[in-house]
Design a protein around this ligand. Structure first.
Ligand code: F0G
Length: 482
């Protein structure tokens, strides 16, 4: 990646794109935001963008699309079967991910459903570097279980370990021996491990996992949703690839997996998803599930326009100036917050900035969901919408007991090429104010808890009047400012 130095010596990321289509944002008064929180059950998923200023909920389906993606959408060849748009997508998957066979699906979790339907049974165990919410939900839904096998370093918030997403190889072999390879339908490796702060694994680690998979004849499945970013960090951090390029790193990684799947909402800044493989046998095992759950084999539940946008978006993941924008803004914000000793996950990863609610809200017990409280409080005082990635996002165990998360994080996603640096400075400013007033943040309790993936639609309420007190302090400090 070519470095761009400022004469002033200032070290800030520089946008290598221009903005040609814009969308107006609303910054509504704090009183309206308080009302919106009550209406939305103190759950940021249930807010309307009418009330949101900076939407940092996710990068899923919210990355800015390129001019080339938008223009490709216009040539969509709408056909139920045999669309030429699908042929272009197949070609892109072959060129970028180096896999011959593609099964299209409507988004990432649809791939997880199909892989679980095909391979997971009651008593199955799926070892993985770390779970993702939907991947785990589909595996447990089919009667399986998961084993998360990271090194201890992965759970250290203030770390300089370059690859906290690495699979613990010793534990992987132990787990396989303990449960028996026959009960392990596949090993799942997630690129840029989402729930522990967007932390990558190294290519060497993936090679080591492949060696174990070969030894015990177990399939290796790679979740490629954040593969571009993982590859970008490999270029930055893994000695062997210092002078390499995105294409080589991506192909090296996908070449080690039997099956790759992805959410195109992330990987290619579009919508949709896919499962791909070089094995005709695997393709045949999975093929019949596509028309059953998704749609015909040449659209998989996606609009054909999205199929075109996805093909172009896949090629664009090979462009370092596209992929580096979000991680460089994340790094900037992490460094600014870290300078003020505000606890954030380090080293800076991908997807977003992750605030450590366990430390920031140390006065709130995990039974009252500190990360959910921090998410609600930040929205209240700033209009910034983040996502709780803590115990609310965890699912209850098979006996209905709460399982408390290893980490209580507030994720502030940085979708690709969406925010400007002054908006990022606003985030820094309001997070700093909230940190200085963190003693005013209080707990939450569930009033409505859905049985599956409760974090999406669950409803909570504050345990006392802390939101009103926070509003009063905001008014004291900011007066009539929004
Ligand atoms: N795998 C990973 C690593 C993901 O981050 C996601 C989605 C999925 C699978 C599921 O894909 O949403 O297309 O069904 N992550 C989003 C997020 C939702 O906000 O992190 P999907």
């Amino acid at each position: 990646m070519q470095e761009i130095k400022f004469y002033s010596g200032e070290n800030i990321p520089l946008e290598l794109h221009k903005v040609r289509i814009v969308q107006k944002l609303n910054l509504v008064p704090i009183e309206r935001r308080l009302q919106a929180l009550f209406e939305g059950g103190f759950n940021t998923f249930r807010l309307s963008t009418r009330d949101v200023f900076l939407d940092m909920l996710t990068d899923s389906g919210t990355n800015a699309m390129s001019d080339n993606q938008l223009s490709a959408m216009m040539r969509a060849d709408d056909a139920y079967a045999g669309s030429q748009s699908f042929e272009r997508l197949q070609k892109a998957v072959e060129d970028v991910l180096d896999k011959k066979y593609l099964l299209p699906v409507h988004q990432g979790r649809a791939a997880e459903n199909i892989l679980s339907v095909a391979y997971v049974h009651k008593g199955s165990l799926v070892p993985m570097n770390y779970h993702f919410t939907t991947a785990m939900a589909h595996i447990t839904d089919k009667g399986g279980n998961i084993a998360e096998l990271l090194y201890n370093e992965a759970y250290v918030i203030n770390s300089d370990h370059p690859f906290k997403g690495n699979m613990n190889i010793e534990k992987l072999e132990e787990t396989i021996n303990y449960h028996g390879p026959k009960n392990i339908p596949f090993i799942r490796m997630e690129a840029s491990t989402n729930l522990i702060g967007g932390q990558p694994f190294s290519v060497q680690n993936l090679r080591d996992v492949r060696a174990i998979a070969d030894k015990y004849k177990i399939r290796l499945i790679l979740d490629c949703s954040l593969l571009g970013e993982n590859a970008f960090l490999v270029l930055q951090r893994e000695e062997e690839f210092k002078n390499s390029n995105m294409e080589t790193v991506i192909k090296t990684m996908t070449g080690l997996a039997d099956i790759c799947y992805f959410s195109a909402r992330k990987l290619s800044s579009s919508r949709g998803g896919g499962i791909c493989t070089d094995s005709l046998e695997i393709f045949k095992e999975l093929e019949a599930f596509i028309p059953l759950y998704e749609g015909f084999l040449t659209y998989g539940g996606m609009s054909i326009r999205e199929v075109e946008a996805m093909a172009v978006g896949l090629y664009e993941t090979l462009d370092e100036t596209v992929i580096s924008q979000s991680p460089s803004f994340i790094k900037y914000l992490v460094e600014q917050l870290d300078k003020k000793n505000i606890p954030v996950i380090k080293p800076a990863g991908v997807l977003g900035v992750h605030l450590d609610a366990m430390q920031i809200c140390a006065h709130i017990p995990q039974t009252q969901y500190p990360a959910g409280c921090l998410a609600a409080a930040l929205f209240l005082i700033s209009g910034i919408r983040g996502m709780e990635r803590g115990s609310i996002s965890n699912q209850r165990d098979e006996y209905g007991n709460e399982t408390y998360a290893d980490m209580e994080l507030l994720r502030l996603a940085m979708p690709r090429r969406v925010f400007t640096l002054s908006q990022v400075k606003y985030v820094e400013d309001r997070v700093t104010w909230l940190y200085d007033n963190r003693h005013l943040i209080g707990g939450l309790k569930f009033v409505y808890e859905p049985p599956v993936l409760r974090f999406f639609m669950g409803g909570l309420e504050p345990v006392n009047d802390w939101p009103e007190k926070l509003v009063a302090k905001f008014k004291e400090d900011f007066g009539e400012s929004l």
